[in-house]
Design a protein around this ligand. Structure first.
Ligand SMILES: Cc1cc2nc3c(=O)[nH]c(=O)nc-3n(C[C@H](O)[C@H](O)[C@H](O)COP(=O)(O)OP(=O)(O)OC[C@H]3O[C@@H](n4cnc5c(N)ncnc54)[C@H](O)[C@@H]3O)c2cc1C
Length: 411
């Protein structure tokens, strides 16, 4: 079926249709909205006492809703085993960053784009958006069922779902949007995995994404480096180099640069971060600035290269005594920091892993469970921070909802 490009223009249903949405995060709420707009009776089931808990957590540090870069490059931010980048491109065309901003504006949430391209609500928080979206869904007639955990999908007429309250319920279609596995206390705890595995649906193991990484800091180093940023650095893992900032912590690193390198670090047998502390200063310039120095090279570099105390302590720990200009150039331009592993998934902003793409058709329907669609972070894609996560959830939810309506209309 051809879909109208504009958001919310589906009104094709000519019969009563009943759709279940499972999971009340951004993906589930968006899917419920679209299904209700399309004329379906919608029941939304949420395992927790209230919906949108992770969305609220995301709003603590400013809700980065989407990003202003063009859709062509936007789509390349999404990765995952067997993910066809063209698919994400088509879902982003269906619900683009611009449409997301317009949608938020219709809810009365004005957004602005930072110089970096990141888009935030003017109020920065998630709570007003969540409140207005839930109000809209209620007005549309969406029925909310909280404390309802999906435990099984059963064979029978239509799509049969069983929740922790007992009896199976029957629907024309279901959209599963039960999230990934980071911050499990918000409800995204992977408790749905057995229900899909019972139907031999492959779910790739969840791993932390957009998270800190641990390094071996001796206790004596921590007081000097903890909480200190390494600004304007370049960091490399595998063949990928990114520019940005790292934050030194008591256990290792946090920050945008290392978050972006998650896929490469996870793929490495012995993860290592190679840091260029002065990407804008060529090695030759460092040699020139240091040429009159004969000893105490690291101390001399403090003034000549503007190396902070934390940076010097880090260099001394990683590279040992710096006894020549060449050793200093090496340490500044290619500081090799071995990493122990990622921080626990409980702390991660998002997760990699989830329902394997081989299980899903281009309408986001599970091949082994006709009428059951998936959306959001429970699918095996990942993306860096910058607004790509929520945008990805909204875009997949939009497609899944359109497809669930079309499926219900045809069956
Ligand atoms: C600290 C933090 C900051 C973040 N900041 C940003 C940001 O600024 N920008 C951005 O783009 N992204 C951000 N994210 C990521 C973003 O919040 C997630 O990508 C997004 O919430 C995922 O949406 P979702 O709907 O797929 O799943 P979720 O939001 O995880 O929602 C899934 C829902 O399903 C429910 N559920 C789970 N299992 C069951 C079951 N068996 N039965 C019924 N219900 C179930 C859960 O309780 C939950 O409510 C942040 C995340 C964190 C943790």
């Amino acid at each position: 079926m051809e879909w109208p490009g504009a958001v919310g223009t589906f009104s094709h249903l000519s019969k009563a249709v009943h759709i279940a949405v499972v999971g009340g995060g951004p993906a589930g709420l968006r899917a419920a909205e679209l299904c209700a707009e399309g004329g379906a009776t919608v029941d939304l089931f949420e395992a927790k006492r209230s919906v949108g808990r992770k969305l609220l957590v995301a709003g603590y540090g400013g809700l980065n809703l989407t990003h202003g870069e063009p859709v062509e490059t936007f789509a390349t931010r999404y990765s995952g085993p067997d993910l066809d980048p063209r698919s994400f491109r088509s879902w982003l065309d269906t619900f683009s960053p611009r449409k997301l901003r317009n949608w938020a504006a219709e809810l009365g949430i004005e957004t602005f784009e930072q110089r970096t391209g990141r888009v935030y609500p003017k109020e920065m928080k998630a709570a007003p958006l969540l409140r207005r979206l839930v109000e809209r869904l209620r007005q549309q007639g969406v029925r909310f069922h909280v404390n309802q955990r999906l435990t099984a999908i059963e064979n029978g007429d239509g799509v049969q779902l069983r929740f922790n309250d007992g009896e199976p319920r029957s629907f024309d279609a279901a959209i599963l949007a039960m999230g990934g596995a980071s911050w499990p206390k918000t409800g995204s705890d992977g408790s749905w995995i057995p229900a899909l595995k019972a139907h031999r649906v492959s779910v790739n193991t969840f791993e932390p994404a957009n998270c800190g990484w641990e390094a071996n800091w001796p206790d004596s180093l921590v007081p000097t480096i903890e909480g200190q940023p390494l600004k304007n650095i370049a960091a490399k893992a595998g063949d990928t180099t990114v520019r940005g900032e790292l934050m030194l912590t008591r256990y290792g690193f946090e920050g945008g640069a290392i978050y972006q390198l998650g896929p490469q670090l996870r793929a490495a047998g012995h993860p290592e971060l190679v840091i260029d502390l002065k990407p804008e200063v060529p090695a030759e310039v460092i040699r020139r600035k240091m040429e009159s120095v004969r000893r105490d090279f690291l101390d001399a570099a403090a003034g000549r290269l503007k190396l902070t105390e934390a940076t010097r302590a880090l260099i001394a720990h990683i590279a040992g005594p710096i006894i020549s200009i060449e050793a200093l150039v090496d340490a500044v331009k290619t500081l090799r920091v071995p990493l122990n592993g990622p921080r626990p998934i409980e702390e991660a902003i998002s997760s990699a892993g989830g329902v394997a793409w081989s299980e899903i058709d281009d309408q986001l329907m599970l091949r082994k469970l006709p009428g059951v669609f998936v959306a959001g972070e429970m699918i095996d894609w990942e993306a860096p921070t910058g607004g790509y996560l929520i945008q990805g959830c909204f875009a997949t939810a939009t497609r899944a909802a359109q497809a669930a309506l079309a499926f219900s209309a045809d069956h």
